[in-house]
Ligand binder design. Structure first.
Ligand code: SF4
Length: 483
């Protein structure tokens, strides 16, 4: 393909997205991804090849043809990702690289392209039981609305960020900031997000969340009821009552089914909250940044008067603990049946430590989500719907920068992939604004022919690494993140 060759002194036009920048010699375009070098549009980043031979976390190096033993083409050691490949835009032409390789005696092709996504966003899972915002609350970056809080999951707060409404349906600053936020999150950078009526959270894929300046360490072991169920036996005989404080379900061992099965005696405790079932209470406090995701700093505030007719007596011992084991308090009822703080007996310490030990490290998960069922399919096949059907029939595997994508059932190619499984800086943007994401489709060569693929554009891996493509010949090798 002869791509806009002209004299070096002239500006030349990049046609890799609708912006169509004119780029002077030695300069780069508006997205920082394409440049004019010697009168030719080149991709600034090298084509990225995943190399199984590089140890996990090992070196990243320029990939030279001389590094490569041609015999390895017959295996699955090398995988050409779309990172640095360039794009199919304006879509009617074949994808930048359509690479053939043989795996276990079967011919496969991998079609790679850097896809431009307007319909895209991220789903963010933040492992914390601290309350960072109500479901439906607007999430902002740099003051602009970029998404919202969605239904929390077990031990995690969830956000849905981006999407076409924020990218293109609002003001220009909203679109620009949304695009920047998505790109940085997908490239595993730390991004500060403010929740209306809630907290400020620093989110970085694969790292602990920072909630209002507090770096979260642990994901809760379970709700208060689950914690009672798991550890009731550890407490039996060592303490008269245990309350596990939790914003979802606060558990009380003497009333809980686990305690009843163990023959735990009544204590006359009373919890201020909405009783769900025995030993399980909802809404003991407001959501917040305190004990167990509630707003309380003093756990005794959730207790009512103790009932001596139901077992309360002076000297009764009480352990109160949060679902991460981060907060705990030990109390003894005085003669007026008022809990008084006391030192935690050595015998009980291991049970508190066991809660903490059973908590997983708190982490942020960023899942890129996008709709790949649009015009980019024309870079794969002359008959786009055939690609959709092939993906849905599991004949074509979709990866994002080499990371396996989950493809949603139903129409289209709506995919989701974990950004921590992709090479560094895999995502870019164009100022329309839209996100540029690497996309690879891998399928058997005979299936590719059958779905109307651009079979004449298929090249060997050898040829790709030797001569590059329309946007240059640089490549780099990085370690595969997964075996
Ligand atoms: S924004 Fe980037 S991809 Fe789009 S035309 Fe300009 S240089 Fe090319």
């Amino acid at each position: 393909m002869d791509r806009q060759r002209t004299t070096p002194a002239d500006k030349i036009r990049c046609d890799a997205c609708p912006v169509m920048c004119y780029i002077a010699e030695g300069k780069i375009g508006a997205c920082d991804r394409y440049a004019n070098r010697d009168g030719r549009i080149i991709r600034c980043d090298p084509l990225t090849v995943l190399d199984r031979r590089i140890e996990q976390g090992g070196e990243i190096r320029p990939f030279l043809k001389s590094d490569w033993d041609g015999g390895l083409v017959a295996g699955d050691d090398l995988f050409v990702t779309a990172v640095g490949s360039g794009t199919t835009y304006p879509d009617y032409k074949p994808a930048p690289f359509i690479v053939s390789r043989e795996i276990d005696g079967v011919d496969f092709v991998t079609v790679v392209t850097e896809a431009i996504f307007s319909y895209c966003g991220v789903k963010v899972k933040i492992d914390t039981d601290r309350h960072i915002g109500r479901e439906g609350a607007v999430v902002r970056a740099q003051g602009e609305a970029v998404g919202l809080m969605i239904t929390s999951e077990y031990g995690s707060q969830m956000m849905s960020l981006g999407g076409v409404d924020h990218l293109t349906g609002g003001s220009k600053p909203e679109g620009r900031v949304t695009c920047d936020t998505l790109m940085r999150l997908c490239n595993r950078e730390a991004v500060a997000l403010e929740v209306d009526g809630g907290a400020t959270v620093v989110v970085q894929a694969g790292q602990a969340p920072v909630v209002d300046g507090h770096r979260e360490e642990r994901m809760r072991v379970g709700c208060g009821s689950a914690t009672i169920g798991m550890f009731a036996v550890q407490w039996q005989g060592l303490v008269d009552e245990v309350v596990v404080v939790d914003d979802h379900i606060t558990g009380v061992v003497s009333e809980h089914q686990a305690g009843k099965v163990l023959g735990w005696p009544d204590t006359g405790i009373r919890i201020k909250g909405r009783r769900s079932t025995p030993g399980r209470y909802f809404q003991v406090a407001e959501p917040g940044l305190g004990w167990g995701g509630t707003d309380i700093t003093d756990p005794l505030t959730i207790l009512g008067d103790w009932n001596p007719k139901k077992g309360a007596h002076p000297g009764l011992t009480l352990l109160m603990v949060s679902t991460t084991g981060e907060q705990w308090g030990y109390y003894v009822l005085d003669d007026a049946l008022v809990p008084r703080p006391a030192d935690l007996p050595d015998a009980l310490k291991p049970s508190v430590d066991l809660i903490a030990e059973n908590c997983e490290p708190a982490m942020c998960t960023v899942m890129f989500m996008g709709g790949a069922g649009g015009s980019l399919r024309s870079g794969v096949t002359k008959n786009p719907v055939q690609l959709t059907r092939s993906v849905q029939a599991l004949k074509t595997q979709v990866t994002v920068g080499g990371a396996r994508a989950y493809v949603w059932p139903g129409g289209g190619i709506t995919l989701m992939a974990d950004v921590t499984q992709m090479p560094d800086d895999a995502f870019g943007y164009v100022p329309t604004p839209a996100i540029v994401a690497p996309l690879e489709f891998t399928l058997r060569r005979d299936d590719y022919r059958a779905l109307g693929g651009h079979d004449g554009a298929v090249r060997t891996l050898d040829d790709v690494l030797e001569t590059g493509g329309a946007y240059g010949a640089d490549s780099r090798a990085v370690a595969r993140k997964r075996s």
